[in-house]
Design a protein around this ligand. Structure first.
Ligand code: SF4
Length: 87
């Protein structure tokens, strides 16, 4: 995620704070493996993914998901239901 906004308390626990922000924005066709590894250990992964889905974040890895995966989740899950994490 690597983009922080005021007022989002869950971001204080984000594992990506300690990581290189560039790994969360791989070049087209590039690997997202390093970012996903960080996300897999993150205690606020669910909150991060929910935020990305609600705000239609188009770029980067959020909650361990790519934009393509988030588009798929938006099609299959309603906002009122919980979010099922990928991977
Ligand atoms: S799930 Fe990944 S992108 Fe989201 S806050 Fe955690 S480490 Fe950062």
């Amino acid at each position: 995620m690597a983009i922080f906004q005021q007022g989002l308390t869950w971001q204080g626990l984000a594992r990506c704070v300690e990581a290189d922000p560039e790994i969360f924005f791989p070049e087209r066709g590039g690997s997202s493996k390093a970012a996903r590894a960080v996300c897999s250990e993150c205690p606020v992964r669910q909150e991060c993914l929910r935020y990305a889905l609600a705000n239609r974040e188009q770029f980067g890895i959020w909650g361990g998901t790519s934009e393509r995966e988030r588009r798929r989740l938006r099609r299959t899950q309603s906002p009122s239901r919980g979010v099922t994490l990928v991977g």
